[in-house]
Every structure is written in structure tokens, then in C-alpha cells.
Design a protein around this ligand. Sequence first.
Ligand code: 5GP
Length: 177
Amino acid sequence: MTMSRSRIYPLLTQEQLQKRIQELGAQIAKDYANKDMVMIGLLNGVYPFFADLARSTDLDFEVSFMRVASYGGGMESTGEVKVIQDLDSSIRGRHALIVEDIVDTGLTLDKVRKILLDREPASLRVAALLDKPSRRRVEVPVDYVGFSIEDHFVVGYGLDLDGKFRNLPYVGIYNPA
Ligand code: 5GP
């Protein structure tokens, strides 16, 4: 497949993203005031959102990362999740907030939630920049949603197509045709 930026149609501008992330950060700061919170980023796609959200959340908390791989690759999730890199700190008895780039079928998040719930955190919530509710195959709670979007394959601001386009500062729809 030849990949080109000319196939990307802007969906969310840098300004829209930053404004919404400020709002989410303010809400999270309010909800987690005086709590021992660990903000957990799911790599790789979350990196720009995570950095911006963490800086918008005016609290003292720990950051930790996890990398999971869903088998198959390409544009579809398979539901088989393998932990490639685990957290470097314990979440037992602490307030864990998973930060994810996009929730599509919900299969990845569902698996990650189960893995983390086994570790007995005081609470477990989820923040996702993007949500595609029409694609959901398993019901999974998303507590903080940046934007709910239609069923499009999107790239940019961390989201890739075969490893490319993560560095775009905006989110766009990739049109392969
Ligand atoms: P789920 O398990 O919810 O189906 O998928 C979650 C993962 O699939 C996301 O973390 C992301 O890596 C990938 N994904 C789902 N939808 C999209 C999309 O529209 N664009 C990109 N680039 N990745 C997506």
C-alpha cells in the first residue's frame, strides 16, 4: 500500500485537540484531588495525548506505561492481547487511570482492564482521546472521552498507519481509495 499525506482529510485540528484536552485535564484534576493516582499510558499511540493530558492535569501523580500488542496488525483488532511491556510500579490500593488513544471494538481495553483489576487498585478508570461507539464489540466503560467519532480510520496525533503518521499534530481520516 502506498501511504501519502494527501490521502488524509483533517478531522480534528490542533486547536480543537488542545482545547478539549485542557477540559479533560481540569476534570481529572478535580476528580483525583488528594488521591494517590497513577496515570497509565498505553503505548505507542497514546504518547502525544498522554503528554498533553498529563501536563493539563494540575496535580501530583505518578506516570507509568504499558505496551500491549493485539495480534493481527493492519486496521482491525483481533481481541488477542499480549503484554509486551508492563508497568514499572504497583497499583495495588492506588487510583489507576488508563489513558488510551482510541477505543474501537473495546477488545484491547477490556483485556487491559481485566489485567489491571486483578492487581486490586483502589479504583480503575479510563480516559480515551477518541471513541468510536458504533464499532463496539464488548461493553467497556470509558470515563473521560475527548471526542466521539464516526466509523472512520483515523491517523495522526499518535495514531498510525503501519507505523507512519503518528507525528502529525492533528487527527485526520485516512482514505485509502
Ligand atoms: P480496539 O481493541 O478497541 O478495537 O482497538 C484499540 C486499538 O486499535 C487502538 O489503541 C489503536 O491502536 C487501534 N485503532 C482502532 N481504531 C483505530 C483508528 O481509527 N486508527 C488507528 N490508527 N488505530 C486504530
